[in-house]
Design a protein around this ligand. Structure first.
Ligand code: SF4
Ligand code: SF4
Length: 387
């Protein structure tokens, strides 16, 4: 292990251990999108003609008000419709020394995505970037769900990103599939298709969630849970990202908790949303998560200072409500953060990390013969909050 990696791991651990403010922020950069996917949980905002977006000076005030961030997810809408992503990332590198940045995309703007990502990975070699690209079916099925000729763009985006990934150690390229009534029955085949077709790091399959048409949620949970087991047994590529075995171990344990939550309808790990993880949407509202339909407050009322929002009686009361009521759901991002802040979970995570480390070593050895060992990950349905 090189010295830079070791230093980054030590500093990430220190940030996690000493944090008094959120270490994980999901930031909605825009509600603009060039697609209208029927299963999207953000369609209402995307279709709103009176959209808002935080301008650069407002984002700068937000960054200044936070301490160090371990993880920043820039989302939307389609985040790459914003032309100032490099400047926004620069803000969070300068003010918050962010270590990991994820930018999910529908993959519809190949050259713009590649240009932006290349600039990011080269300008910030100490930051790890992850780009999950959405793919929901075989070419014709994907086009039927996302729009004509959208698959063609995915092919181009993936070719550009995976070629860049081979040249840059600090880039992870994933595919994400949204499992819904639109593609159930075909996702198992799609997982194989992706394995053969794309040289990616992870393939995650997430169950449709949030505020979307109920018809989209009529997908077989049985088939889905079978997929979970199937994909879990697969070998996975060894990533260059620091902590990759630990990330995968947390995701594995998170899936066990999700299954238990679904079966027993009870809290396993106290939720860290609103304390260690926050969501900030493009209208400058601060929320504990994407699931609970409640706000911690608005940045506009507090000069874009997140600490002031989190200190308001309303925010303190909401965080206390989450703790008191043992609020539980299956939102993966909040669960992963909560596991990290739950020492009782560490032995289970450590055991899984060892298994991943061992398996990825084996997969790397195999991939020198057959370079196709990609790991799929599956996320179970988002259960509505129970408080
Ligand atoms: S591309 Fe993403 S954000 Fe845009 S409509 Fe589809 S699911 Fe929603
Ligand atoms: S348990 Fe789920 S719904 Fe409740 S606060 Fe946490 S993430 Fe939000």
């Amino acid at each position: 292990m090189n010295l830079r990696l070791l230093r980054k791991q030590a500093s990430t651990l220190w940030t996690l251990a000493s944090a008094r403010k959120p270490v994980y922020m999901i930031l909605y950069l825009t509600a603009r999108c060039n697609f209208r996917c029927p299963m999207c949980f953000y369609l209402e905002e995307i279709n709103d003609p009176n959209k808002e977006e935080m301008a650069f000076p407002e984002l700068e005030k937000l960054a200044r008000s936070l301490d160090r961030l371990v993880q920043l997810s820039l989302t939307g809408g389609e985040p790459f419709l914003r032309h100032d992503i490099p400047e926004i990332v620069d803000l969070f590198v300068r003010h918050n020394r962010v270590g990991f940045v994820t930018i999910p995309t529908n993959g519809s703007l190949p050259e713009r995505i590649e240009g932006t990502v290349e600039r990011l990975v080269r300008e910030y070699p100490g930051v790890n970037f992850r780009i999950p690209v959405s793919l929901d079916g075989y070419p014709a099925d994907h086009d039927a769900i996302r729009g004509a000729k959208s698959y063609e763009k995915i092919e181009r985006t993936m070719a550009l990103l995976t070629s860049l990934r081979r040249r840059c150690d600090n880039l992870t390229v994933d595919i994400n599939t949204c499992y819904s009534s639109l593609n159930q029955g075909k996702v198992r085949g799609l997982v194989e298709f992706v394995r053969e077709r794309f040289d990616i790091d992870n393939h995650s399959v997430t169950y449709v969630r949030g505020n979307t048409d109920d018809a989209m949620k009529q997908a077989s949970v049985g088939e889905y849970t079978d997929l979970v087991e199937e994909v879990r047994r697969r070998p996975n590529r060894r990533e260059s990202r620091p902590f990759s075995s630990w990330f995968r171990a947390v995701m594995d344990y998170q899936r066990d908790i999700i299954r238990r939550t679904l079966l027993k309808d009870e809290m396993t790990v106290p939720c860290a949303a609103g304390r260690r993880m926050i969501v900030v949407n493009e209208r400058a509202e601060v929320l504990p998560c994407e699931i609970l339909n409640r706000k911690l407050g608005s940045l506009k009322d507090h000069d874009y200072d997140v600490s002031r929002v989190l200190a308001t009686p309303e925010a303190v009361e909401l965080v206390d409500w989450i703790r008191r009521t043992k609020c539980h759901c299956t939102f993966e991002c909040a669960l992963a953060t909560s596991i990290i802040y739950h020492p009782a979970s560490y032995p289970r995570v450590a055991w899984r990390a060892m298994k991943h480390w061992w398996r990825s070593g084996w997969a790397s050895a195999r991939s020198s013969i057959r370079p196709e060992a990609t790991r799929g990950t599956i996320s179970l349905p988002i259960l509505q909050p129970r408080g």
